[in-house]
Structure formats: structure tokens, C-alpha cells
Design a protein around this ligand. Structure first.
Ligand SMILES: *Cc1c(COP(=O)(O)O)cnc(C)c1O
Length: 456
């Protein structure tokens, strides 16, 4: 081939690129996404530029914090192998738990694929620390739906805390969504052994609890403990449900004085890579009690296989600050887009955030189903499936869930769900990349427009 011919081809390639299809054209041609949807998204992204920049700063900080914990704990290839049988001396398991403890500013942690989910991790805290006659007080209103059975809110059967003689009370959040410190102080009595706080919105209609408020609450509880008239001399343990909150801020609850917290590895800290599992982090005395409950007294955290999951759990943690950042920007975008379409959203796009969830009040069962269909059809796995409301174990109302995830039920992956009850809130969360979360928003808007719920 002559030199001129090659130069011609180069010139043609440059011209072609200039004339090549734009992303907007591709979305329209391939997915039938209306140009007006793409324009709306672009305009909302511009509105959210400052919010995006703030989340990027938190991501950078947390990325370096995680890296530092890996280096401090001398993570190496040998940590990716695993044991059999009893699982004694699993160096990878021990190293993973040290890394988690360091990242979360805790003395110790349990990080196990055998903790089946967040509900299990949180229940381990309750059952590990509380004893018959103790009282648990939730300080953020009703706990997450899946914990009701464990606490014994709905019935006292089948091994609930109530069956074991642990009593329960809850203090509602104030009108403005803040903690009601006065009411908590009044409620605390000699039997009170644990104050619990749920950081994320859950299936509620409130804002997530900010880290500054968690810090104030932990200090307040310490102070109450000291005034032993109220507590009969016993100290009060603070526990935080940290599900969906990891890496939203530069600190975590255990960094700011909370005694013990738990979360799910198929949410934020698993970075989309962990196949299963949960973590508990906190003071050593609590982690020991909880480990005794997780396996049995005398064995505690010394046994338990990792089944080769250590590498993905660690790699997922390493990726998590970036993944959470993408999901968070997706939530911010979702907020701005649906606000502009006229729906009530919570939180607003420019509000402070303490979880990755965006709530959109869709107002009707049909719109809720349409939103979820849009998310499902945007999923890389099971994208051809139509989601339907179903009676999910552990939940009181029927729930609709859209999730086409690599890991079943993983909600750090693009997902949306909501209980079939007014005001038909959809909880939108996740996305392994910002681009995918953004596509989810586009797809939901398209589906709602098709159903005549929104006018573009
Ligand atoms: C997800 C979640 C849980 C636990 O859920 P699992 O599905 O069991 O992992 C608990 N609390 C909150 C706030 C949650 O978001």
C-alpha cells in the first residue's frame, strides 16, 4: 500500500469520527430514548455540577483511606487463599477484618460471607449484646421492615428478641426529621441497654441521618450512661444500622463514637464484587459478644470458612469508594430529573446526603410499576424480565423490586423498589457506574412517558 493511500485513510478516519454517530443518536436508534429525555438529563447534570464535585471529593478521600488500610495491613497474595474444615488460622479472613476495622475507625470487625445479609448482621448485634430483661430503644422511628420479625414487633414467636424477654420501644423522629433528644432522654430507664439508630431512609419517608447528628447522638448516649440514676448504673450501648451509608462521608459512625454498627456486603462496601456477606464493626468487647452469637460461645470469630471470597471482598472494598460515588451521582441526577418532572423527591438534588437512596413519590401503583419496569429493562442481567409486586418474606406490604443484578438482590447495583402502599414511593439506588445509573434514570423516564405519566 502506498504512502499516499495510508495518509488518505487516516484523513478519512478523522473525518468519519467527526461525522460519527453521537451518543444521543445511538441511544435513540438503539434504545428508543427520545432526544428530549437526553436533553433533560444533560440540563439536570449541569444543575448538579456542584453536588457532583462535592461527592468527588469524598470519593477521593475514601479511596486513599481504603488504600492506606490495605498498606498498613500488608495485604498480599497469600491473603487470597483460604482454609477448609474448621477454618482456623485463615490469614485472609483475619486481614480482611483488620482492614475493615481500620477503614471504619473501629477496634475490631467481623466480615463474613456466612453472614447472610444486612438483616442478619444487625440481628447479630441485638442477639449478641442484649440479654433477657434488657430494653432496646430505636431512636429513628420504626426500624427497617426486615428487622420487625427479629425484634418481635409483629409477633413474639420464633426466636425474636421479644421471645427472649428483650423489650422494645421506639422514638419517632421530629417533624423536621431530626432526632428527638428530649424524648430519648425521657424514655431511657434502668432497663435500657441499647440505643439504636438507622442511618438510611429505608422504606420510610424521611431524610438519612447526617454524620454530625450521629456523632451528637453517640456523645449524648455516653453522657446519659454516666448519669446512672436513669440507667441504674449500666452503660448504654449505641448501635447504628449503617446499611447504604458507607463511604457517603469522610467518617463512619464508628469513627465518631458509635459502639457498634453493621451493614451488608451486597450494598456499598462490597463495591459490587462481594458475592454475599455482612459486616459488624465496633469495640472489641462487643465484637467478641457478637462473634459468640454468630458461631457459638467459646468459638467466636476463630472459625468459619471464607470459601475463597476474601479476594473479591477485599477488591470490592477497594473499588467501593468509586462505585458508591457513581451510585450517589445517579441518585442526585434522579432527584433533579424527577423534581423537574413535577414529582416530590427526597432528598433534593442539592441537599446533604447520608445514604445512596433517592425517594420519588410516584403517587400511583401504576406509575410505581412503570418506574420499576424502566429500571428492570435497563439492567445488564434479566433485562427482559417484567417485575411484579410480591409478598416478600420479612416485609409487611407487597413489594415491587426491579433488579437485574450480577449478584442476586445486590442493591449497590442499579435497582429500584417500593412497597405497594401510598404514596407509592420508589426507592432508587445503585449503579456500578454513573453511566449505568444515568441510563436507569433515562429508561424510567421513557417508560413513564410511554405510560402517559409524564409530559416531556
Ligand atoms: C438493606 C437494609 C437492611 C438490611 O437488608 P438486607 O436486605 O437484609 O441486607 C437494613 N437496614 C437498612 C436501612 C437497609 O437499607
Amino acid at each position: 500500500m502506498g504512502r499516499n493511500r495510508i495518509a488518505d485513510m487516516r484523513q478519512a478516519w478523522i473525518m468519519n469520527r467527526k461525522r460519527s454517530e453521537t451518543t444521543a443518536q445511538y441511544l435513540e436508534r438503539t434504545f428508543g430514548i427520545d432526544r428530549r429525555v437526553v436533553d433533560l438529563i444533560a440540563s439536570c447534570e449541569a444543575d448538579a455540577a456542584a453536588a457532583f464535585a462535592a461527592t468527588d471529593d469524598v470519593r477521593d478521600y475514601n479511596q486513599y483511606k481504603v488504600l492506606h488500610a490495605f498498606l498498613q495491613n500488608r495485604i498480599c497474595d497469600a491473603h487470597f487463599s483460604w482454609q477448609t474444615g474448621y477454618g482456623y488460622d485463615d490469614a485472609g479472613r483475619a486481614a480482611t477484618e483488620r482492614v475493615y476495622a481500620d477503614v471504619f475507625g473501629a477496634e475490631a470487625a467481623l466480615v463474613r460471607p456466612l453472614i447472610v445479609n444486612g438483616t442478619h448482621a444487625l440481628s447479630l448485634i441485638f442477639f449478641g449484646v442484649l440479654r433477657p430483661g434488657d430494653e432496646l430503644i430505636y431512636c429513628t422511628g420504626a426500624p427497617y421492615d426486615s428487622l420487625h420479625s427479629a425484634i418481635g414487633l409483629t409477633d413474639a414467636g420464633k426466636g425474636s428478641l421479644r421471645e427472649f424477654g428483650v423489650t422494645y420501644r421506639q422514638i419517632e423522629l421530629k417533624e423536621d426529621g431530626s432526632l428527638d433528644f428530649e424524648a430519648i432522654e425521657k424514655a431511657v430507664g434502668p432497663a435500657t441497654r441499647m440505643l439504636a439508630l438507622q442511618r438510611a431512609t429505608g422504606y420510610g419517608d424521611r431524610k438519612a441521618i447526617a454524620m454530625w447528628e450521629i456523632e451528637a447522638w453517640a456523645a449524648f448516649a455516653k453522657d446519659l450512661s454516666k448519669r446512672s440514676v436513669r440507667t441504674g448504673g449500666a452503660s448504654i450501648v449505641t448501635m447504628a444500622d449503617n446499611c447504604y451509608g458507607e463511604f457517603l462521608d469522610k467518617t463512619e459512625p464508628t469513627d465518631v463514637g458509635v459502639d457498634v454498627m453493621a451493614g451488608s456486603l451486597i450494598k456499598n462496601p462490597g463495591g459490587g464484587l462481594a458475592l454475599s456477606g455482612g459486616y459488624v464493626a465496633g469495640g472489641r468487647e462487643f465484637i467478641e459478644l457478637i462473634a459468640a452469637r454468630m458461631t457459638c460461645p467459646g468459638i467466636g470469630g476463630e472459625c468459619g470458612l471464607t470459601f475463597g471470597q476474601t479476594r473479591t471482598i477485599l477488591q470490592g472494598l477497594f473499588m467501593a469508594p468509586g462505585v458508591v460515588n457513581g451510585a450517589l451521582k445517579g441518585a442526585i441526577l434522579c432527584a433533579r430529573v424527577f423534581e423537574r418532572l413535577g414529582y416530590p423527591v427526597n432528598p433534593r438534588y442539592d441537599a446533604a446526603r447520608s445514604d445512596i437512596i433517592e425517594t420519588v413519590s410516584l403517587g400511583s401503583a401504576e406509575a410505581l410499576v412503570a418506574f420499576c419496569e424502566g429500571i428492570q429493562s435497563a439492567s445488564p442481567v434479566d433485562g427482559f424480565v417484567k417485575p411484579e409486586p410480591w409478598a416478600m418474606p420479612g416485609y409487611e406490604d407487597e413489594v415491587i423490586m426491579a433488579a437485574g443484578a450480577f449478584v442476586q438482590g445486590s442493591s449497590i447495583e442499579l435497582s429500584a423498589d417500593g412497597p405497594m402502599r401510598p404514596p407509592y414511593n420508589v426507592y432508587f439506588q445503585g449503579g456500578l457506574s454513573y453511566e449505568h445509573a444515568k441510563f436507569g434514570v433515562m429508561s424510567a423516564v421513557r417508560r413513564l412517558a410511554e405510560g402517559g405519566f409524564v409530559n416531556l
